[in-house]
Design a protein around this ligand. Sequence first.
Ligand SMILES: [Zn+2]
Ligand SMILES: [Zn+2]
Length: 274
Amino acid sequence: MWLAILLSATAMTVIVGVRYLIVSGAFAAATRARHPGLYTGLDTQMRREILWSVASAAIYGVPAGIVAWGWDNRGWTLVYTDVHAYPLWYLPVSVLLFLFAHDTWFYWTHRWMHRPKPFKLAHALHHASRPPTAWAAMAFHPIEAITGAVVIPLLVFLIPIHVGALGLVLTIMTVMGVTNHMGWEIFPRFMWRGALGGWLITASHHQRHHEQYGCNYGLYFRVWDRLCGTDNGLGDFAKAHAKAHARHGAKIASGDGRRHGMGDAGGGGAGHAA
Ligand SMILES: [Zn+2]
Ligand SMILES: [Zn+2]
C-alpha cells in the first residue's frame, strides 16, 4: 500500500512538473514570437524561476498524489465520474465554486505573506523576479508552495465536482498562473477592460502587484481586492514593450546579435533594475 501511495505521489509530481514545463515553455515561446527582446537579459532569473518551480512541483505533487490514490482505492473525496450524478447545471457551478474558493484562499494567504516576517521568510522569493516571466508561475518558496498545494486536495473533500470539471479547474489554474506573469496580455481586451475586466484578473492586474507590492493580491477575481480596498487598477506594459522592441531592433541592427548578447549578460540586470 505504501509503495502504491509513493508511486502515486511520484507520478503526480512528474505530471505537475511536466505540465509546468510544457505550458510555461509554450507561453515563453509565444512571448519570443510576439514581443522579441522582452526576456533579454533575464536568463539567470529564468533559470532560478525554473529551479524553484520544479521544486514546487514535488510539493504540489505529493498531497495531490496521496488524494488521487485515496480516490482510486478508498473512495475518498467527492470527485464523481458519472456526469448525471448531479444536475448538468452544476458542472459550471462547481467550476466557479472551486475557482472562487481557491481565489479566496489565495487572496488571504497572499495578503498575509506580504506582512514583513512571512514576506522575508517566504514570499520575497516570488517577488525576486523583476519583471516576472512565463517561467515564474510556480517559482515559490517551499512554505508558499505548501499553502498553494493543499487547496485543491482539500476542496475535493468539500465540494462535489465531476472529474472532467476538475480537469478544467486545473487547466485554468495552470494557464492563468503562467499568463499572469508573462509580461503581456494574451486575452481579448474585454477580459481585462470594461465591465467583465473589472472583475477578472489577467496579466495587467498581476503586473501591478509585482510593481507596487501592497495591492492586487487576488488570483482569478478582483472581488476581494475591490471589497477590501486593495485593488489598485491595471498595470501598463507599454514602456516595457517599447524597451524590448528597441532592444530587439538594436540586436538585429548589430548583425548576428552576438555582440549585443554579450552586452546583455553584463548589463541586462542593471537595465531591468532601473
Ligand atoms: Zn505577492
Ligand atoms: Zn506573482
